[in-house]
Design a protein around this ligand. Structure first.
Ligand SMILES: [Zn+2]
Length: 681
């Protein structure tokens, strides 16, 4: 951009001017914040677009993706590094049973497209026979259980995890599942977009999978119809996205006898044995009405209907690892129709993504050794403590909370356990068997192994060392049962710039606010606040404080309900409430933690921006990206997170420091009247 344009632009957007005049004299040449800004947009009209606009223009969504953003930049960088690790493993010819052998052989079978083509559907044959031989509803249930053990999701949604009300105990949990479309809404919504997806699913996707599995056309069409009818029946008894967020309503502990009573046609003692579980005395059922519906469905639909349903669940779940015809149909519906992708990722990327999902920690050990220095770990451990301290001060100053509840909140905050970068103890992969025989076979072995790792936790003490994400995952989370935050290395490093070159303003926006503050606040969002310091679902709020909290939370629900994303689709403020509370909390905590740094106190501009401006720009960088319409629509219906641009513009409009830093005035689009601005934590 030449200087003349710059001046015209600056005249248009008064604020952007100051920063861009310094273009020729950059303090920091490699500054993602500076490079991404679109000076033609005013920060007061659309801050997200102001902060990220130039990047968005220069980085259209590639054909193989449904969205493209900072997370993809991180992931692409990591994939290249993992590719190298895999290629080395492939050449190493390591002894059987070693991690290197498993990585190398998995990669080998994944890339062996001739072998995959030749094998056709044979890796699934044994399981297909099992379904075909079913003669009774009991046989159907047994086959369903066996499919569950190899990760082919069907009517039984079973996992072992902590008891919400007793976090030191592992329990069998049963939840709603069994649908083929992304969630219940897809079966009932009548808008054009959803109708088109549903029609394709019924008329093309399901019959094609059955035809490819060896059924003739007529049988495939009939089977697709039966299967869809079963799914719609189950969808009708499935809870909506927002209703899954109430921890009390989704906690129904019962004995196995009680469960047998709930579903009189299912003998759970037999079923648990088929699920390879040790004897079980009691379970937690998330959604009892769903299991009642399963019982009803077993009476309503014929054994042949169920055979079609289970066959589709099996081939659908493995289509991506079978021959091209399967993989392409899987992509056509799952990628193109549902998410708007134009082409498939190259095979090596797909294989690495699959491998990462299965043996992530094997790769992760090698990854952090090379790419996550100890110094970075120390930096972000210190940021966790800075956020924790800011939070303490916020709680003490709250004008709507009683001293009693404040003390309990502080106790809980002090007990939050941080996991930063990578695990201290790595998972044991010795029982996982990977060979050069078959790609789908390897995936099946691995899924079964993962399944066993999960169910073997039953009856054992909780392992607090274990990570639920790999270090190379671009994500982070809060676990209410453990009252802990997990912050993988990949989420902490900004792509394209060395961590030591990231100034604190950027790091406090990008990591301390957007990741650390966000995750810690989850412990105090509408859902997390119902768990105590020990991770138990147990009230610790006075009724008046709960009322005060809910009043403030409702303002955030209303604020986000008002944001229209795509034609008539608006954010589901209630479903997204926990995330929006966490975003707003992360930002206000991040601001106050940042105010204590040397950089803030010195107040020196970098590339024309004050430290506080860089903080907000660093935060906006963490949501850099865009999505295709199909993906946006999918996200609104299935995801509790608002789209990225609203995770910036929404909470910023509530924060006084933002108005100050960018001179936002009444009349600007980002402006919200002070009495309507939300303040919770
Ligand atoms: Zn979150």
């Amino acid at each position: 951009m030449n200087k003349k344009t710059l001046l015209t632009v600056c005249a248009l957007a008064a604020f952007a001017l100051c920063a861009y005049q310094t273009k020729t004299l950059l303090d920091k040449p490699n500054d993602p914040i500076y490079k991404n800004i679109d000076p033609t947009v005013s920060p007061g009209s659309d801050f997200f677009l102001y902060a990220n606009g130039t990047w968005l223009k220069q980085n259209p969504i590639p054909a193989a993706y449904s969205s493209w953003g900072i997370g993809n930049e991180v992931t692409e960088e990591i994939r290249d590094r993992l590719k190298k690790i895999n290629e080395d493993a492939l050449k190493a010819n390591a002894p059987k049973g070693t991690g290197t052998q498993k990585i190398g052989d998995f990669y080998y079978t994944g890339l062996d497209s001739a072998g995959i083509e030749k094998a056709g559907i044979s890796p699934l044959q044994e399981k297909l026979n099992l379904i075909d031989q079913a003669k009774s509803p009991q046989d159907i249930l047994n086959a369903a259980a066996i499919l569950t053990t190899i990760g082919a999701r069907n009517i039984i949604g079973m996992r072992v995890s902590q008891d919400d009300k007793n976090s030191s105990k592992m329990m069998v949990q049963l939840g709603q599942t069994g649908l083929g479309l992304p969630n219940r809404d897809y079966y009932f919504k009548t808008d054009a977009r959803t109708t088109r997806i549903r029609t394709d699913y019924n008329d093309k996707y399901l019959p094609t999978l059955l035809t490819l599995s060896g059924w003739d056309e007529q049988r495939a069409l009939a089977g697709a119809k039966s299967s869809y009818n079963i799914e719609k029946f189950l969808a009708d008894s499935s809870r909506k996205l927002e209703d899954l967020r109430d921890p009390y309503r989704n906690y129904n502990k019962m004995t196995v006898a009680g469960l047998n009573h709930l579903t009189p046609d299912i003998d759970w003692n037999i079923l648990f044995k088929m699920l390879e579980l040790k004897p079980v005395d009691s379970v937690i059922v998330g959604q009892p009405e769903y299991y009642r519906a399963i019982n009803q469905a077993l009476r309503t639909f014929t054994v042949d209907d169920w055979k079609a349903y289970l066959r589709l669940k099996l081939v659908g779940s493995y289509a991506a690892y079978l021959n091209d015809a399967f993989a392409e149909e899987n992509f056509r519906f799952g990628g193109k129709v549902l998410r708007g992708q134009k082409e498939q990722l190259p095979r090596w990327k797909r294989v690495l993504d699959t491998e990462n999902g299965i043996m992530g920690e094997l790769l992760g050990q090698l990854f952090v050794k090379e790419y996550f220095p100890e110094k970075s770990k120390e930096r972000y451990v210190a940021e966790v403590e800075a956020i924790r301290q800011a939070y303490r001060e916020h709680i003490q100053k709250l004008d709507w909370m009683s001293p009693e509840t404040k003390q309990k909140a502080l106790d809980k905050l002090n007990a939050v356990h941080p996991k930063v970068g990578y695990p201290d103890q790595w998972k044991d992969f010795s029982a996982l068997n990977i060979s050069r025989d078959s790609y789908a076979g390897n995936v099946m072995n691995a899924r079964h192994w993962l399944y066993l790792v999960n169910i073997n936790k039953l009856g054992k003490p909780v392992n607090h060392q274990e990570w639920n994400m790999t270090p190379q995952t671009y994500n982070a989370n809060y676990s209410p049962s453990n009252n802990e935050i997990t912050l993988p290395a990949a989420q902490l490093l900004i792509p394209g710039i060395k961590d030591e070159d990231v100034d604190d303003a950027m790091a406090y926006g990008y990591v301390a606010a957007s990741v650390i503050g966000h995750e810690i606040t989850h412990g105090f969002d509408d859902e997390g606040r119902q768990f105590d310091a020990k991770g138990n679902l147990k009230g610790w709020w006075t009724p008046q404080d709960s009322v005060q909290f809910t009043k403030r939370a409702q303002m955030l629900v209303d604020q986000f309900n008002g944001y229209v994303v795509l034609d008539s689709l608006h954010v589901n403020g209630k479903a997204a409430l926990g995330e929006n509370i966490a975003d707003l909390g992360g930002i206000v905590l991040g601001i106050d933690a940042f105010k204590k740094t040397q950089q803030y106190k010195e107040g020196k501009k970098i590339n024309g921006f004050t430290p506080m401006q860089r903080f907000f720009l660093g935060y906006a960088l963490s949501w850099l990206g865009h999505e295709r319409d199909e993906a946006l629509a999918n996200q609104i219906l299935t995801d509790v997170h608002a789209p990225g641009f609203l995770r910036v513009n929404g909470p910023f409009s509530d924060v006084p420091e933002f108005y100050e830093a960018f001179h936002i005035k009444k009349g600007d689009k980002m402006w919200i009247d002070p009495e309507k601005r939300v303040s919770i934590w």
